[in-house]
Design a protein around this ligand. Structure first.
Ligand code: G6P
Length: 503
C-alpha cells in the first residue's frame, strides 16, 4: 500500500512548475481573482501541498503583478482542488514580458518542445533565448530558496526536511541553481524532478549547444522521473556519452561527484474517480448514442503539431472514400482543438492548415443536412468533456509523438458502459501500458482509416472485454498512485544538508 510521506506530516512539499496551479486574472475593478484549470497534476498534488503546509511556486499568468501584491485567498464557493491553498502558500514568479517572450515562446516552445519530441525540422536555435531561459530558471530558483529559508525556520527534526519537486522542460536548469544556492546558505532539502514530455535520444539532444548544462541541471536532483523506460534509458545514455558519468543501466542510477542520482520510470495517471463521477452525472450530449445508426468519433488535443491533427482529418477522408455508403450521413468526427501557444508561428500555421483541410474534406462529402467533421476550437469544462467521452463510439488518440497522453486515459475513465473503442498511436507514452487499444501508426493514413473502420464495427462484447481491462488498470494506477510513488522514492533520499537542530 502507498502512503504519502507528506501526508504523514514528516516532510513539507514545495512544488515548482512553470504555471501556478491556477491562473491569476485581474477583474475590471483591478482586483485579482483565481481562475481554475482542471489538470490531473493539480488535482492530485494541490491537496497534498495544502495538507503539509507546503508551497507552490510558478508563473501566475499575468505581467502586471505588483511586487508586494498578494495572491488572493480562495473564494467561499471555490470547490476546486486548490481551494485549500492559502494565499501565503502560493508564490508567484514574476517574469518580465520581454523575458517571457524569449523564455516561453522562444527557448521552451521554439527549441526544447520540438527537440524533445524529435521534430528536428521545427527546432529554432537561438543564443539569446537560451540566455533568457537560464535567467528565468534563476528567477524560479531564487523564489524556491526564499521558500526554503522560511521552511528552515520551522524544521525541528531530521524527517521534516522539505521536498522540492520541480516539473517539466521549462525548468531543466532550476535544480542545479537551487542546489547551489541552498548549499551556500546551509539550507536542507531533497530535490526531485519529473519530466512530463519525452526525453530525446542522445543524437537529438547533442544538437543543442546547452545540452551539457541541461544534463547537469537535472542531475542536481536526487530523483528524476520519466513516463516510460525509453525516456529513462535515453537520459541515462546521454549522461554516459555526453558527460562521461558512471551509469548503471539496470538499477538506473548515475554517479555524479559523491552523489548517486536515481532515475525512475513512473508513468502518470489521471484522477480516474473524478472523471468517472463526471461521466455518471453529466447530461447527454446531442443524444448521439440514442440514434442507433449514427456514430461519433471524438478527438481532444491541444492544437499542436505533435498531435497528428492533419493526419486524422485525412484518415476520415480515406474512411469515407472506402466506405461511403456505410457512413455518409451517419458519421461525425468531433475534433475538440484547444488553442495553444498561439503567438508562435508554427502553431498559427498548423491552425490554418487544419482549418483548410477540415473545410476541404467537409466540402467533398457534405450533403444538405450533414457534414462529417465538426471542429471546436476551444477547451471545454470537465463535465461537458466527460459527457462527450462517454457518448462517443470511438476515441481517436493518434499523436505523432507524445510523452504520455492523458486523453486516452480520460476517455476510458468515462466509458462507464464499456461500450466504446480506443484507437491509439504506437508513439504515445500511453501505448506502453494500454495494450487493449487498437494500435496504429498515425503516419499511415490508410491504415488509420482501416483501424477506425474496425473500431466502428467492433462487436459490443469485444468492446466490453477490452474496455474493462483498460479501465481496471487506469483506476488502479491513477494520478494519486503516481504521486505517492514519486514521493515514496523521495523519502529515502539523503538531504543536501543536515538541519541545524535548535540548541
Ligand atoms: C504539456 C506540457 C506542460 C504544459 C502543457 C500546456 O502538457 O508538458 O508543461 O503546461 O503542455 O502547455 P502550455 O504551454 O500552455 O503550458
Amino acid at each position: 500500500s502507498f502512503t504519502n510521506p507528506t501526508e504523514e506530516g514528516n516532510n513539507s512539499l514545495i512544488v515548482v512548475s512553470n504555471r501556478l496551479p491556477f491562473v491569476l486574472k485581474r477583474g475590471s475593478n483591478g482586483v485579482l481573482q483565481r481562475s481554475h484549470s482542471a489538470g490531473g497534476l493539480v488535482t492530485a498534488v494541490a491537496p497534498v501541498v495544502t495538507k503539509c503546509n507546503g508551497k507552490w511556486i510558478g508563473w501566475p499568468g499575468l505581467f502586471d503583478l505588483g511586487g508586494h501584491e498578494k495572491v488572493p485567498e480562495a473564494s467561499d464557493d471555490d470547490k476546486s482542488p486548490t481551494a485549500g491553498l492559502k494565499s501565503n502558500q502560493v508564490i508567484p514568479v514574476n517574469i518580465p514580458e520581454n523575458d517571457f517572450e524569449e523564455f516561453y515562446n522562444g527557448f521552451c516552445n521554439g527549441t526544447l518542445w520540438p527537440l524533445f519530441h524529435s521534430f528536428s525540422c521545427k527546432i529554432t536555435y537561438d543564443r539569446n533565448s537560451w540566455q533568457t531561459y537560464q535567467k528565468v530558471n534563476d528567477y524560479f530558483a531564487e523564489k524556491t530558496v526564499e521558500a526554503l529559508r522560511y521552511q528552515q525556520e520551522v524544521i525541528l527534526v531530521d524527517e521534516e526536511i522539505p521536498i522540492v519537486w520541480i516539473h517539466d522542460y521549462q525548468l531543466l536548469l532550476c535544480p542545479a541553481r537551487i542546489r547551489e544556492l541552498a548549499e551556500d546558505e546551509g539550507l536542507s532539502c531533497k530535490l526531485g524532478f519529473f519530466l512530463h514530455i519525452p526525453f530525446p535520444s542522445y543524437d537529438m539532444l547533442n544538437t543543442l549547444e546547452g545540452s551539457e548544462e541541461i544534463l547537469y541541471g537535472m542531475l542536481a536532483c536526487d530523483v528524476i522521473g520519466f513516463h516510460i523506460d525509453l525516456y529513462s534509458q535515453n537520459f541515462l545514455e546521454s549522461c554516459l556519452r555526453k558527460l562521461g558519468c558512471r551509469v548503471d543501466f539496470d538499477n538506473k542510477t548515475v554517479e555524479i561527484g559523491s552523489r548517486v542520482v536515481r532515475v525512475r520510470t513512473l508513468p502518470i495517471g489521471i484522477p480516474f474517480d473524478k472523471f468517472e463521477e463526471c461521466a455518471k452525472n453529466a447530461p447527454k450530449v446531442n443524444g448521439q448514442k440514442d440514434e442507433k445508426d449514427t456514430k461519433l468519433i471524438i478527438s481532444v488535443d491541444r492544437v499542436d503539431y505533435t498531435k497528428g491533427l492533419v493526419q486524422k482529418v485525412r484518415a476520415i477522408e480515406k474512411l469515407l472514400e472506402k466506405h461511403r455508403h456505410e457512413y455518409a450521413g451517419k458519421l461525425t468526427f468531433l475534433q475538440i482543438g484547444v488553442p495553444s501557444r498561439t503567438n508562435i508561428k508554427e502553431y498559427q500555421s498548423l491552425h490554418n492548415e487544419l482549418s483548410r483541410e477540415i473545410g476541404r474534406v467537409n466540402g467533398k462529402f457534405s450533403t444538405a443536412d450533414w457534414y462529417p467533421i465538426q471542429f471546436m476550437y476551444k477547451g471545454l469544462p470537465q463535465d461537458e468533456l466527460a459527457a462527450y467521452y462517454r457518448d462517443s463510439d470511438v476515441a481517436l488518440v493518434t499523436p505523432l509523438v507524445d510523452g504520455m497522453n492523458l486523453v486516452a486515459k480520460e476517455f476510458v475513465a468515462c466509458q462507464i458502459n464499456n461500450s466504446g473503442a480506443l484507437v491509439l498511436s504506437y508513439f504515445a507514452g500511453a501505448a506502453e501500458s494500454m495494450k487493449e487499444a487498437l494500435m496504429v501508426n498515425p503516419y499511415e493514413v490508410n491504415l488509420l482509416a482501416d483501424s477506425l473502420h474496425k473500431a466502428l464495427q467492433m462487436s459490443s462484447s469485444e468492446c466490453q472485454l477490452r474496455m474493462e481491462k483498460l479501465r481496471a488498470r487506469e483506476r488502479k494506477f491513477d494520478v494519486h498512485y503516481w504521486m505517492s510513488s514519486f514521493l515514496e522514492e523521495m523519502r529515502f533520499v539523503e538531504s543536501i544538508e543536515k538541519p541545524k537542530l535548535p540548541t
